[in-house]
Every structure is written in C-alpha cells, then in structure tokens.
Design a protein around this ligand. Structure first.
Ligand SMILES: [Zn+2]
Length: 202
C-alpha cells in the first residue's frame, strides 16, 4: 500500500499537486457496477443471518447445485475469494472459494488437521465492506468435506487458501473477523461500521 494512505497527520503537508486519475474504461466501469450489484445481494454487517449457525446439508440435489452456482457467480462478481451460504441468508454448511485460480466448493466442511504454526495478516470480508483487520490463523490446514455431488473432497491447503477456508468456516458458525481480531482493531472497525449520526436531525 502506498505510504500516503497511512498518513493522517494534519500538520504534514505533501506540497504536491494530486495527479489526475486516468479516465476509466467502459469495461472497468461495468466491472465496478457489477461488483456493487453483487455486494447488494450479500448480507451486510448487522444482518442476523451472519450470526447464525448453519445446518448440515443432507440432500445433494438440483437446489444445492443451483445454490453453489449462484454463490460462485456472486463471489466473482463481488471480486471476492470466498463466500459462505450464510452470507446470502442460506443457513446451510456450504462455502465456495478460490484456490490457486480454481473455484472450489465445500459442503459440510471440517478441518481435519491444522498446523501448530499461526500467522497474523489483514483480512477483509464481503459482508464488512470497508473493514480490514488483523486476524491470526493457522498457516496450513487439511480440509475435508463433500462437493456439490456428494463426492468426498480432501484438500491440503497453505496460505492464502488456508486462511480463506478458516474465514469461511467461521461464517458457517456465525463468527466474523471482528470476533477474531484484537481489541483496538475491533473498536476502530466498529466505529467505522456504526451508522453516522445525521447532524441537525431531530
Ligand atoms: Zn467473510
């Protein structure tokens, strides 16, 4: 990230004229618009579905396959790398994620083994748009579950995929990155998420 993004010191003056942003192409604008539409279909912080525990999937039918298709499409349009069913209000244990450029689906996932080594890195979430907070995760995990046809899946994952699946698995238990970060980062994030009071409103 460029240094000036962190510089909130009012006394510090850069003394440089802001460069004008190059005009966006039609393609970029359309991508942006599609992202906003996708985000509007994803439950945002404050929505009770994000705090609920999802139930196991029992039927591997067309409904499940349609759900997986819809989730995969939404994840890409929102430019995310993972999406859990609870984030679209479906309380079932399903998530999709991108693993080294490939789309993956996990139904009824569990972490079979996890490394003892953990690492702290910034995480964002499609349900907490502007927020980026440090979260500690195990650096490697073995993930087990089923695919959308009910076939067993076993994936040995390292960063960043290992981090993504721990994040998505949390969603299925109603856990958000705010619950996993340090107190100060949580306070800062909550202040950002709180609706701003309207001045002069009565
Ligand atoms: Zn998330």
């Amino acid at each position: 990230m460029p240094d000036h993004d962190h510089d909130h010191d009012a006394d510090h003056i850069h003394g440089q004229v802001l460069e004008q942003e190059p005009a966006e192409t039609e393609e970029e604008l359309e991508r942006k618009a599609r992202r906003l539409i996708a985000l509007s279909r994803i439950r945002q912080y404050g929505d009770p579905a994000l705090r609920m525990k999802a139930r196991s999937v029992e039927r591997f039918d067309d409904d499940l396959r349609r759900l997986v298709e819809r989730m995969t499409e939404l994840m890409h349009e929102a430019q995310g790398v993972g999406l859990a069913a609870t984030q679209i209000g479906v309380l079932r244990r399903v998530f999709v994620f991108v693993d080294a450029g490939e789309d993956r689906v996990l139904v009824n996932p569990t972490i079979a083994t996890a490394s003892t080594t953990s690492a702290i890195d910034d995480e964002g979430c499609l349900s907490l748009r502007e927020i980026l907070v440090p979260v500690e995760r195990q650096v490697a995990v073995t993930l087990e579950g089923l695919d959308e046809k009910g076939e067993p899946v076993r994936l040995e994952l390292e960063e960043p995929a290992a981090r993504i699946v721990q994040h998505e698995l949390d969603h299925l238990d109603g856990v958000l990155i705010l619950d996993r970060t340090d107190d100060e980062s949580r306070r800062t994030a909550l202040a950002k998420l709180r609706p701003q009071p309207v001045l002069g409103a009565r």
